[in-house]
Design a protein around this ligand. Structure first.
Ligand code: ZN
Length: 974
């Protein structure tokens, strides 16, 4: 083209850069996150504020991609709500107490030498520092929030609310203290909840068959008259270290037990277990000699002696327990109520003592072996304890072997735990179970499967061990008398809260142990002997799940949404639900049916997301070393570097430029994922994300460069109408998916519209008018529509696009910032749409079919080198003359060439003339079907010469302008 013609064109002019400029990023983030949050809080109505209650991340360590997934999903939801006209409230929180922070702050060994006050000081400092670091990172994701109003579980006000909640539960009789077995971690020196365990499938225990002497207590067994030795009960245990705590042997009343000769003695083994036991004790060759057989019910009349009791040995009971099976062991089960949950429950009904001669560090106490305390005292039950016990048992041990099985570990220290009876505080969640389950019936779950999962956790739990033996936490406000009795009433807690208000919570640990200021006056006095009553303050802290679970106390009512990883079904979701139901449920109601569960749940909608996996589908973990940080996604370092055109100087290596697409890349990864499952983060996924982002940038550059103010008043063509209808459809679909939390479907719908309707159809068809004629069209409504659809997912890109809008748009205050626009407000003044929408919509499928057929035919022609640009052809549509389609194409005949991006379109009724078309030149046909009729699009050589200005083949002769261009250029000159 000669330069003079180029000057008469309206070629796109845009300042929008091909890739984001790092130096502008912070400014854009500030505008689209912090500033935007403030704007909506001031400009959207306060009524019906949408509350997304933050599940607090743990203030320990740096962030990974999973944190980003969580915060960005929340941010998308909030932005969708603001677009719907709602005000949103999102206040970030942090979970600050507990062992990991304590350990990190002081170290395991140092902690033992430090005072509680010093530990708390160090832990608080670490948590405070981590919060600031994490918050800084969250903000780089362009996540909006009320950062300055953040809450943490170590805020004094937070702790007060938590203590008030605890006080309420005490008042309702939902908290009790009991000496009973709990999960105990010797490595962290504290009780643990089920939620703090992980299981190893490959744990190896030292298992043993051990015999206990049985006393028939005067009952005779026929067949045993000639036995000269003793009768022994054979038990099998995988934890020989629990034998000092043995209190009984359980059998099954329906089993038959054989009495088998063993030298002069005899052994008791269940019939169903005999083969297994005999093989271990005597090898496969020897058949055991059965002297006599008895029923399990008969055995329960006998007693036995626990050998380790030594001189003080009492006769112990043998009783029936339903959990005894023949699947393993001997069919006789060693019962240690202090070291097993089943053992405890079955023993309680029989009134058996509960003993656990093991201390906080997992070492035997002197009670483990009363005859000679030094033999076991101080030995670790997990390291050497079983060996030491077996050694003491001497020839009562029949066999010892290694046994691989599933075993619980401390999720923080990764060390095995034990079950150990201690005095702990429990919340009675069994009483409120029905109300908690009923409350869930009114909750919407995304995905729906979350309901079953949460329900199963609630159903499976009757009590919640809420005390921990740590210094860094909220105290359980209990007082103990000199003989160890616990005092905790609403009144005593009320008094303690008032002292904490005055002295600060650390004083609970740092004040003198018997400081009477902490004691409610009604408790002070003298005992029967006339000595003043003294109390000490308890040292237990609350389970951190109780801390975070009470976060709902900050809200006036229910949250609209709770959104966390699916592991929170057994953690925060559960503790939040249980504490709220405990506090709110009508205790006077006699049954669940009379209790309304309405509004009891802290959340109306519960959304869960999966975990992040590496590109091989493996869960990211520190030990695998495959953790990907959000920064790596934002700075492009996971992808190949960009090719640079700059030559390196002096033979040095060319500078490496990373394809850093910033927070929008991270956010697009989130939205493109099916987040309700575990999601993959790796190079292939990121490449696809980058392609999408670059495509959005190309579109935005084109739009910002080609929007003209004059287009606002130029008449709309059929093509423009179609583009508006397609835009509206896409926006409706995308908006519906956003509203339904189906973000990846919104992403697909958006991309489909951009690729098919916008890029391949409308923009292609509009180019001639845009650049060569009046610059009209509906690019401005499309620009607004695109930005509205992108606003929740790529707010930084939207802010950047807005910054690069044409000057005339900047001068027009009536155009709202895209983030401030309501999603459903019209993108165009409806009065400008002059065509009948229903009629055009009915015709659109036929026009699109013709378009597709022409494209296909032209593609074949191009492959055969018959033509180059799509304008370099003419098209003939052959349509039966009396058909509806013929009328349809006739109606739009003036628009067809533009719409199909060809130089001319001729409509002919079918007949012999069709076959004669182009006999002397090339021709490519493509049929398509409408209303059951076969229509044909033929692509032929152009009929006229190429116009040097618009490139359409409509000029009378080469190098001469077409009539239209001649006219337009002439007008411009005048
Ligand atoms: Zn022309």
């Amino acid at each position: 083209m000669s330069k003079s013609w180029a000057l008469t064109l309206k070629l796109p002019k845009s300042t929008f850069p091909p890739r984001p400029q790092p130096q502008r990023r912070d400014e854009y983030i500030q505008r689209c996150a912090d500033d935007f949050y403030k704007w909506q809080a001031a400009n959207r109505p306060a009524d019906g504020t949408f509350v997304l209650h933050d599940g607090p991340p743990y203030a320990n360590g740096s962030l990974h991609a999973g944190h980003a997934l969580n915060k960005i999903l929340k941010d998308i939801i909030l932005r969708v709500k603001v677009q719907q006209g709602r005000r949103v409230s999102y206040i970030p929180g942090w979970d600050c107490h507990g062992l990991p922070i304590e350990l990190k702050a002081v170290g395991a060994a140092a902690g033992k030498r430090m005072s509680a006050g010093a530990i708390r000081k160090a832990a608080r400092a670490l948590a405070s520092k981590t919060i600031m670091e994490q918050m800084k990172s969250f903000r780089t994701y362009a996540v909006m929030s009320d950062w300055d109003r953040r809450w943490t579980t170590m805020d004094p006000e937070y702790e007060m609310r938590q203590l008030r909640l605890f006080q309420k539960m005490i008042g309702r009789g939902l908290v009790y203290r009991r000496y009973k077995p709990v999960y105990w971690s010797p490595s962290s020196g504290t009780a643990l909840a089920e939620a703090e365990l992980e299981y190893s499938e490959n744990h190896i225990s030292k298992a043993a068959y051990v015999k206990f002497p049985v006393s028939l207590d005067g009952h005779a067994i026929s067949g045993m008259e000639h036995l000269t030795g003793s009768l022994y009960a054979v038990i099998w245990t995988t934890t020989p270290w629990t034998l000092p705590a043995n209190q009984a042997v359980a059998v099954h009343e329906d089993f038959t037990y054989h009495i088998v000769r063993s030298g002069d003695d005899a052994l008791l083994v269940a019939e169903g277990c005999l083969a297994r036991v005999a093989k271990v004790l005597w090898g496969e060759e020897t058949a055991p000699e059965i002297i006599a057989s008895v029923k399990g019910t008969q055995l329960t009349r006998f007693t036995y002696t626990s050998v380790l009791e030594g001189r003080k040995a009492n006769l112990r009971p043998i009783f029936h327990a339903p959990f005894v099976t023949a699947e393993s062991g001997s069919g006789l089960v060693h019962i240690a109520p202090g070291h097993g949950f089943d053992d405890y429950l079955v023993s309680r009904s029989l009134g058996l003592p509960v003993s656990a001669p093991v201390d906080n560090d997992g070492l035997f106490t002197e009670d483990a072996y009363p005859d000679n305390p030094e033999k076991l005292r101080g030995i670790s039950v997990l390291q050497g304890g079983s060996d030491a016990v077996l050694k003491l048992l001497g020839d009562h041990v029949l066999d010892v072997h290694n046994y691989k099985h599933k075993y619980p570990y401390d999720w923080r220290t990764k060390q095995p735990i034990i079950i150990r009876a201690t005095a702990q505080w429990f919340a009675d969640v069994g009483i409120i179970k029905q109300e908690a389950l009923a409350a869930l019936d009114q909750v919407r779950f995304v995905p729906e499967a979350g309901k079953n999962r949460l329900e199963s956790f609630i159903k499976g739990r009757s009590e919640w061990c809420i005390s921990r033996q740590r210094a860094w936490g909220v105290p359980i406000p209990a007082l103990y008398t000199s003989n160890g009795e616990a005092v905790m009433t609403e009144e005593s807690i009320d008094h303690i809260i008032s002292v904490i208000k005055k002295r600060g919570i650390d004083a609970w640990w740092t004040d003198a142990p018997n400081d009477p200021a902490w004691i409610h006056p009604s408790l002070l006095g003298r005992n029967d002997q006339g000595t003043p009553l003294e109390y000490t303050r308890g040292k237990d802290t609350m389970d951190v799940w109780f801390d975070s679970g009470s976060s709902w106390t900050q809200m006036d009512g229910q949250a609209d949404v709770y959104l966390e990883g699916s592991d929170q079904h057994r953690g925060w979701f559960q503790s939040s639900l249980l504490t709220r139901v405990a506090a709110m449920v009508n205790q006077n109601a006699t049954s669940a049916s009379t209790t309304t569960a309405l509004g009891l749940s802290p959340f109306k909608t519960l959304i869960t997301h999966g975990f992040t996996l590496d590109q091989d589908g493996k869960k990211m973990s520190k030990s695998l070393g495959n953790i990907v940080s959000a920064d790596q996604v934002m700075d492009g370092s996971l992808l190949p570097s960009l090719k640079t055109k700059k030559k390196a100087k002096d033979g040095a290596n060319a500078p490496v430029i990373k394809d850093a697409l910033g927070p929008d890349a991270l956010r697009l990864w989130v939205i493109s994922s099916e987040y309700t499952r575990d999601i993959v983060l790796g190079e292939p996924v990121l490449k696809a994300i980058h392609q999408s982002l670059i495509k959005y940038r190309v579109i935005i550059k084109m739009l910002t460069g080609s929007m003209h103010k004059s287009a606002r008043t130029s008449p709309l063509t059929t093509l423009d109408h179609i583009a508006i209808f397609q835009l509206r459809d896409a926006m409706e679909e995308v908006g519906k998916h956003y509203d339904n939390y189906d973000f990846n479907k919104a992403f697909s719908s958006l991309n489909r519209w951009i690729t098919n309707d916008l890029s391949a159809f409308y923009i292609e068809a509009l180019k001639d008018r845009l650049y060569c004629v009046d610059g009209g069209g509906v690019l401005e409504p499309i620009f607004m529509g695109v930005l509205r659809m992108l606003a929740p997912i790529t707010p930084v890109l939207v802010e950047e696009a807005w910054d690069h809008r044409p000057a005339w748009m900047k001068e027009d205050p009536s155009v709202l910032h895209p983030l401030h626009q309501l999603y459903n407000s019209p993108v165009i003044d409806p009065s400008r749409l002059t065509l009948d929408e229903l009629e055009l919509r009915a015709d659109m499928p036929t026009l699109m079919k013709a378009h597709a057929a022409i494209k296909l035919a032209a593609e074949t022609a191009r492959e055969n080198k018959a033509m180059g640009s799509s304008l370099q052809c003419s098209v003939v549509l052959a349509v039966p003359k009396d058909s509806k389609s013929f009328e349809l194409f006739k109606k739009y005949k003036d628009d067809l060439a533009d719409m199909f991006v060809v130089s001319s379109v001729e409509l002919i009724g079918e007949g012999p003339s069709v076959e004669n078309l182009g006999v002397d030149v090339w021709r490519y046909d493509q049929t398509f079907e409408v209303d059951g009729l076969e229509l044909k699009a033929s692509v032929l050589p152009p009929k006229q010469a190429k116009c040097p200005r618009c490139y359409r083949y409509v000029a009378p002769e080469p190098e001469v302008l077409c009539g239209r261009c001649e006219h337009l250029v002439g007008e411009a000159v005048e």
